[in-house]
Design a protein around this ligand. Structure first.
Ligand code: ASP
Ligand code: MG
Length: 419
């Protein structure tokens, strides 16, 4: 017997029919002899609808009241799933955030989970009752409803799994796992049986939106074993216990398997960045600080940075990227400070894409970056900026060349599926 947390996203919960299918999957897991807790999202589109109501009611809405409104989407689906489970002969009950309780801080609309009391849940599960918990919500120290920020139900599921000391947290979604790259771009993308937390964090942060990044950090910290798998299955599908999806595990667990590992685990493309170049900056101490300090103060996250070697006149160009959504703000700030920073021209470019190759294998292998650069060069793709971490190499290219770049790199690293 194991203790399993199952999480179902909004697409899986959208409507009576789908909730009925979810109930069937949950029942099957319980019949396999496990203790089961289920964390659910609101029906697809529902949270957006509720957010809009808040905006219509009051453009300067109070986040505490916003939380009361948007948390209701999950209250509905948790009750409906409990009802549906009961209708097929399961014992089930819902546990709202304040009932568990899932204690958070009081940062309404973006609260952090501080503690989950697992005692009552565990007692109910031990008695054969399926615990159905609305994701995304908690309760503040003042006893008010809080929500965790958009996409937060993944984090709820991982936090519940950690509190229950669950053997596994299965995240059921509309894809059947994590792929080497976006299968819509590369038909020969492969589903990965195993990914490490760190790889998943890098892939998530560069654009593969399977899980909320925060939930992966939490899983890594709490050592929760997470599986991503499809909820669009029937009774003939392999059981979740046979691990049909992608398991997200620690480095140690990965090393324990004799799985033949590819050097590169995944390739991600991200079009949500923009490039800014400031030309002819004085090559002196403090010049770069004058650019980046105000951006940091404004909470604008700078990612890739390159500073060229100074030319004869002691001048240098600095290029960096910011989130596309912050480009206008960053540009305005820098233009305001043109004299103070002392640059000649500001050139902004939003037609860029960041391509990243990720894999823990590159820790022990040289040549990953060289392969990337030569593969792109052969196709005439120009690299505009580069950044690296221990397990990632990223390049910035023209966004028109995104698909081509991902495809040729997928082949170059030998990742194409053979079948
Ligand atoms: N319903 C919330 C949202 O749409 C939380 C979630 O589904 O993860 O953001
Ligand atoms: Mg989600």
């Amino acid at each position: 017997m194991a203790r399993i947390v199952m999480k179902f996203g909004g697409t899986s919960m959208a409507g009576t029919e789908r909730i009925r299918r979810v109930a069937g999957i949950v029942k099957r897991q319980q019949e396999a002899g496990h203790e089961v807790a289920v964390v659910v999202s609101a029906m697809a589109g529902e949270t957006d609808r509720l957010v809009n109501f808040c905006r219509e009611a009051n453009t300067l809405y109070d986040p505490a009241e916003y939380d009361v409104v948007v948390a209701s989407g999950e209250q509905v689906t948790s009750g409906l799933l409990a009802l549906t489970l009961q209708s097929i002969g399961c014992k089930a009950r819902s546990w709202l955030g304040w009932q568990v309780p899932i204690k958070t801080d009081d940062a309404h609309a973006k609260a952090r989970i501080e503690e989950i009391d697992a005692e009552a849940l565990l007692a109910s599960m031990a008695a054969g009752e399926i615990a159905v918990i609305p994701g995304f919500q908690g309760v503040s120290p003042e006893g008010r409803v809080t929500t965790l920020g958009r996409g937060g139900s993944d984090t709820s599921a991982v936090a519940v799994a950690a509190a229950l000391k669950a053997d596994r947290c299965d995240i059921y979604t509309d894809v059947d796992g994590v792929y080497t790259t976006d299968p819509r771009i590369v038909a020969k993308a492969r589903k990965l049986p195993l990914v490490t937390y760190e790889e998943m964090l890098e892939l998530a942060s560069v654009g593969s939106k399977v899980l909320q990044t925060r939930s992966v950090s939490l899983a890594m910290k709490e050592k929760v074993r997470v599986q991503v798998l499809s909820s669009f299955i029937d009774e003939t599908a392999p059981a979740a216990d046979t691990l049909p999806g992608t398991m997200i595990v620690s480095d140690e667990e990965l090393e324990g398997t004799d799985m033949e590992r590819q050097l590169i685990t995944g390739i991600a493309a991200d079009k949500n960045e923009a490039k800014i170049t400031l030309t002819a900056i004085a090559d002196r101490p403090g010049a770069v600080a004058a650019i980046f300090a105000p951006l940091a103060d404004a909470n604008i996250n700078v990612d890739m940075i390159i500073q060229n070697v100074a030319k004869e006149k002691g001048e240098t160009d600095v290029t960096f990227t910011v989130p596309l959504s912050d480009l206008v703000r960053a540009q305005a700030m820098l233009e305001e400070r043109q004299e103070e920073i002392g640059y000649r021209r500001l050139i902004a470019d939003d037609q860029v894409a960041k391509i990243s190759v990720v894999g823990v294998g590159m820790r022990s292998h040289a040549g990953v970056a060289a392969t990337m650069f030569s593969t792109l060069a052969e196709r005439g793709i120009n690299i505009e900026a580069i950044s690296t971490s221990e397990i990632k190499v990223s390049v910035l290219i023209d966004s028109d060349e995104t698909e081509l770049a991902v495809r040729v790199l997928h082949t170059a690293y030998g990742m194409d599926a053979t079948a």
